[in-house]
Each structure stands twice: as C-alpha cells, then as structure tokens.
Design a protein around this ligand. Structure first.
Ligand SMILES: NC(=O)c1ccc[n+]([C@@H]2O[C@H](COP(=O)([O-])OP(=O)(O)OC[C@H]3O[C@@H](n4cnc5c(N)ncnc54)[C@H](OP(=O)(O)O)[C@@H]3O)[C@@H](O)[C@H]2O)c1
Length: 294
C-alpha cells in the first residue's frame, strides 16, 4: 500500500518564500508553522497583525523565518497595497483565507462579503502577484463546491436569492474554476508556474464558529472529520510536492472528508473550461472596475 504522506516528509525549504493568506488561525496557522519548520520564509498575509504576532509567538523558534503583513482580502484597496509593497520573488502563494455562512452584506467595493473574501480578493491578489511568482499558486476550495449553482451573470446576488450556505459553495466553485483557468492561461503563455486547488475535507477549525448551532453539529462529528493537522496536509502537499498544475488535492478518505492527501477530481462543473473562461472575464471586469491595473 502507498505510504500516507505527512508533514514529516516536507523537503528542506530553506531559501524558499511562501505567502499564506489567512494565517492567523486553523489551516493557515498549521500551514505556516510546518513550512517554517521546514526552513521556509513564510509571509503571513493577515487582516489582524496583533493576532498574527501571537501566532508567531506560539509557534516559537523554527528553522525558517516568519513575517507578518497586513492584508484584508475583502477590500481590493488592501489587496492592491499588499501587492504594490511586495518586492522580490515569491515561490508559492497559498490562497488559504476564507469565511463561511455569513449573512448577506456588501463590502466597500460593492461585492457580497463571502464572494469578496473567498473569491474576488483571491483572484485580484493572485493576478497582482503573478509577476513575482516562480513556482506555484495553491488555492483553497471545499468539497461543498459540488453543491454550487453558481450564477456567473449575478456573482453578487443582485437578482437571485441569497443564502449563506449557497454563497459559500458558489465562492468555492468559483475558486476551482479560477485555479483551472489560471493553469490554462499559464500553460498557454509558456509559463512554468503551476496553479493547484487543495481542500481539507472537513476539518475542525473555527470556520463556522460564529454560528454556534452549526459549529456544535460539526464538532459533534469529531472523529469522523479531519483534525486541523490533517486538514492542512493537502495544502502542504499541493504546495511542495510534484503535483501537476490543474490538480485538485484533498483527503483520501470516504467522500474526501478526512485522511491523507491524494490527487482527486473536482466536480464536472468545476472542470468546465468554457464556464471558467466566462467567469474569468466577468471577474476581471468587475475587479478592474474597482481596482484598475497598476
Ligand atoms: N475547515 C474546513 O472544514 C474547511 C473545509 C473546506 C474548505 N476550507 C477552507 O480552508 C480555508 C481555511 O479555513 P479554516 O478552516 O482554517 O478557517 P479559520 O480557522 O476560520 O481560518 C480562516 C482564516 O482566514 C482569515 N480571514 C478571514 N477573512 C479574511 C480577510 N478578509 N482577509 C484576510 N484574511 C481573512 C481569518 O483571519 P482572522 O483570524 O482575522 O479571522 C483566518 O486566519 C478557507 O478558505 C476555507 O474555506 C475549510
């Protein structure tokens, strides 16, 4: 039987630079810790710098270096500032930050908050950092992308009904479509940079902690789910192993809910190249309306 991959098999990452968005908690925190332990320079891109400093303190001494930089993915002005301030190469961008199950609210850019944070900010950040990227982009999706009925003509729920769960699923389908379209565009341009999607299965983190009833239900499933350490393995695997661009990496257990990382298959909708192209063009138009190219 094939050996189960764990963070103990991370290569020596000395000399590599990783950016991890949403590194103050959950999967992003574990991802940061393990990459730094393997010797990497890890830049935590976070909305709360004080919280990040406490995380760095908690991680303690590593072989690598951890830095903290401010980034609020729900605000394109913040995304632009982060990217403009970046100098030098970045080996791997890990688009980890995310929120879920939020009531309907709009950001200062006029985007629905979950789409803004999970998708529009991720799209804009990746685009802005591409000139610096040397190895790959890993973007976090969810098995819930399979339930999405994404309306590309109404990405901000102006004309169709909003539901917090559906909007989360929509944002995560949009992430896979984006990651796959990015891979096609990189390949067509002759770039060696890869774009990979990862998902943690279901991992016990604070993602739904703001909704006590759902949080309680998730936690009651305890051992059936991934703990946060296993939840971070698909991200670490996708970020450091020889995974082809366009892959969808997640746990190997039943339904992709828990286990050790393997390359799996996203939904048919997520693999639809035509839909991905239309989504890309619509997103680029919405984002550039707010954040013109520098
Ligand atoms: N846990 C799961 O079962 C599961 C399943 C499928 C996919 N995922 C995905 O995995 C990723 C990580 O989630 P998690 O479970 O680790 O959740 P988490 O523990 O709630 O961590 C989410 C992280 O995202 C950050 N964040 C939220 N909004 C942000 C913004 N506007 N700008 C920058 N950072 C922001 C949070 O920062 P603060 O500390 O400031 O709040 C936090 O560091 C997400 O993309 C999520 O959708 C998780």
């Amino acid at each position: 039987m094939r050996q189960k991959w764990t963070a103990a098999e991370l290569p020596d990452l000395t000399g590599s630079t990783f950016i991890v968005t949403g590194a103050t908690a959950g999967l992003g925190e574990v991802t940061t810790r393990e990459l730094a332990r393997a010797g990497a320079r890890v830049v935590m891109a976070v909305r709360d710098e004080a919280k990040a400093s406490r995380v760095v303190h908690g991680i303690g001494q590593t072989r690598g270096v951890i830095e903290v930089r401010q980034l609020d993915l729900s605000r394109l002005a913040s995304v632009r500032r982060f990217a403009q301030d970046w100098t030098g190469p970045v080996d791997v961008l890990i688009n980890n930050a995310g929120i879920s199950l939020m009531p309907l609210q709009y950001t200062e850019d006029g985007f629905e908050l979950q789409m803004a944070t999970n998708y529009f900010g991720t799209f804009a950040l990746t685009q802005a950092l591409l000139p610096h990227l040397t190895d790959r982009v890993v973007s976090l999706s969810s098995q819930l992308h399979r339930t999405s009925r994404l309306r590309i003509d109404d990405l901000n729920y102006a004309t169709h009904r909003y539901s917090p769960a559906a909007a989360y699923a929509d944002s995560k389908l949009a992430v896979v479509l984006f990651a796959n379209e990015l891979q096609r565009r990189l390949s067509n341009a002759g770039s060696g940079v890869r774009s990979i999607t990862a998902h943690p299965g279901i991992a016990r983190t604070a993602l739904v902690a703001h909704d006590p009833s759902i949080f309680g239900r998730v936690n009651s499933l305890g051992p059936l789910l991934n703990d946060v350490e296993h939840g971070a393995l698909p991200t670490l695997f996708a970020a450091t192993q020889d995974v082809p661009g366009g892959s969808y990496v997640g746990p190997d257990g039943l339904g992709g809910i828990k286990g050790f990382p393997v390359i799996g298959r996203a939904s048919a909708a997520a693999r639809d190249a035509g839909g991905a192209k239309v989504l890309w063009e619509e997103t680029a138009s919405l984002v550039s309306g707010v954040m013109p190219a520098a």
